[in-house]
Design a protein. Structure first.
Length: 333
């Protein structure tokens, strides 16, 4: 297979449509496995953590764990609240199978062993195993950026080389991308809720860039850092990116560049940078083809080589924006 044919095949990598959401994300938003959204009884949560039920009830009554009450007065812990508690307090479940999830989480650290395991699961098209690994690492305390950089990126990078010596390489890669999209989308309901008045950020892949995962991971990373992230998805016209920054008053615009940007579009990129300066929107770019952007853009923008770098950069800015907002609120009569 020639390089040209490879490029053509990769254009549809990560199915797009419906505003760039992709059928995997749209389908999961519709069905979203109610077990990931449902609640736990105090006994279930206690069994999963290996603590007494009375301890869980006390944490709820003290406001440490968010919980609801049934009509009969029984405490119920939303799954999202349970996951956030385990992450915040570093209490990795002792019996994860006690949590009413459709897949038993595979707990542990994000390391080379986990990356190899994720690769093998994707290679064998074992979606449930991939889901267990990603879900388990998140419950164990890894953030979205770490999962993206430490599990998803290296696994897909290796799979992306299969086409060179395996006739099924592109098939395997496409299935792997869809599986990762679904697995990451399962975590959306567990992300920290957007605080009121959170600064807005925009994520997107530009024109000619059909890849769903990079802007999706960037959006989730920014939301974890306290931003109200708005993902425009892949194949986003540069004009639309500028309009979004103006419409939402975005403090940051993070663009993934996974395909070579034609020189014919360099003037558009420059106009976008000018436009974002007017709206005081920080331009962040990254991706394997970021060097194909005009030199002027690379000088004016913040270039991030990983999701972890993006998250770290955004965290400082979000904190600063939040401090300014609190200061302004304090001066109001």
């Amino acid at each position: 297979m020639t390089r040209r044919r490879k490029k053509a095949a990769r254009v549809i990598l990560g199915p797009v449509g419906n505003g760039g959401a992709g059928f995997a994300e749209a389908a999961d938003n519709a069905t979203m496995k109610n077990r990931e959204r449902q609640s736990l009884t105090t006994r279930q949560f206690a069994e999963s953590l290996g603590v007494s039920e009375s301890s869980v009830k006390r944490w709820i009554d003290d406001g440490v764990i968010a919980a609801d009450r049934t009509a009969g007065g029984h405490r119920r812990i939303p799954m999202a609240a349970a996951v956030r508690f385990t992450r915040q307090h570093r209490m990795s479940p002792q019996r994860p199978e006690a949590m009413p999830l459709s897949t038993v989480p595979s707990l542990g650290a994000v390391d080379s062993e986990a990356a190899d395991e994720c690769y093998e699961a994707l290679l064998s098209d074992d979606a449930e195993r991939v889901r267990a690994i990603i879900m388990g690492r998140y419950i164990s305390g890894a953030d979205i950026a770490t999962i993206g950089d430490g599990l998803v990126r290296p696994a897909l990078g290796r799979l992306g080389e299969l086409w060179k010596h395996d006739s099924q390489g592109i098939l395997v890669e496409h299935r792997a991308v869809d599986t990762c999209i679904r697995a990451m989308n399962d975590l959306v309901a567990w992300l920290p809720s957007r605080p009121s008045g959170a600064p807005v950020s925009i994520t997107a892949a530009g024109p000619g860039d059909p890849y769903l995962l990079p802007p999706m991971l960037a959006s989730m990373t920014l939301q974890e850092q306290g931003s109200d992230a708005r993902n425009l998805g892949p194949l986003t016209p540069i004009e639309t990116i500028g309009l979004a920054a103006e419409r939402y008053g975005a403090f940051m615009c993070s663009l993934s560049v996974s395909t070579v940007q034609d020189r014919k579009r360099h003037a558009e990129w420059t106009r976008l940078a000018d436009r974002l300066e007017v709206t005081r929107t920080r331009l962040v770019v990254g991706g394997r083809c970021v060097e194909s952007l005009p030199t002027e853009i690379l000088v004016r923008a913040r270039v991030c080589g990983s999701m972890i770098e993006l998250g770290s950069y955004a965290a400082g800015i979000v904190q600063g924006v939040g401090s300014r907002h609190r200061s302004l609120d304090g001066r109001k009569p």
